[in-house]
Design a protein around this ligand. Structure first.
Ligand SMILES: CC(C)(COP(=O)(O)OP(=O)(O)OC[C@H]1O[C@@H](n2cnc3c(N)ncnc32)[C@H](O)[C@@H]1OP(=O)(O)O)[C@@H](O)C(=O)NCCC(=O)NCCS
Length: 156
């Protein structure tokens, strides 16, 4: 069977439409690391039927700890939630993607930014919604629970 030929003008128009679509549908960040993906369940709901904020905060703390875990290589603890914004409600069945990047490296601490995006896979919304953003600080601790310096890799 012969494949139908697409005229160059039609293919250009299709490409332009695709580019325009990519610009209007929110995309995931490319300058941050994907540190967690999870789908909230009905058991995680609050009285409104949306996802309980405390559940979201716990996931953000877990996601935020991934980059510090790699850098600190030992015990560490969350010392501060510097900022936490619930921008949009999270729904049951949302496919959540947590992105993170280091915003500050201190002597014993490091601060990360976490952004959470939802794919509303049970609904008709296309693309990604930013539902939460936060900033958290983690401190490397020793066996006695006291702050200890974070070792930096030697520069070769
Ligand atoms: C983490 C802990 C050991 C830090 O002890 P501390 O006496 O506050 O330590 P310091 O004052 O020496 O500060 C240590 C680092 O934390 C930073 N820090 C302390 N309090 C902070 C705050 N409120 N916000 C941001 N950073 C903070 C300091 O700037 C310092 O960073 P630097 O060394 O990179 O400059 C102590 O606060 C603690 O045990 N907290 C409980 C942790 C916990 O249970 N977390 C929940 C479960 S993981």
């Amino acid at each position: 069977m012969k494949t139908p030929e697409i005229s160059p003008a039609r293919s250009q128009a299709a490409q332009a439409a695709q580019t325009a679509h990519a610009h209007t549908v929110p995309q995931l960040p490319t300058d941050q690391e994907l540190v967690l993906k999870v789908i909230p369940m009905p058991a995680d709901c609050n009285a409104n039927g949306d996802i309980f904020g405390g559940w979201v905060m716990a996931q953000v703390d877990l996601a935020g700890s991934v980059l510090p875990a790699r850098a600190v290589r030992g015990r560490f603890a969350t010392v501060a939630v510097n900022q936490f914004i619930f921008k949009q409600a999270v729904k049951v069945g949302d496919l959540l993607s947590f992105f993170s990047k280091v915003t500050h490296m201190g002597h014993t601490s490091m601060t990360v930014r976490v952004e959470v995006f939802a794919e509303r896979i049970l609904g008709t919304h296309e693309g990604y919604l930013k539902v939460t953003e936060a900033s958290l600080t983690y401190v490397a601790i020793d066996a006695a629970g006291q702050p200890r310096p974070i070792e930096r890799p030697a520069i070769k």
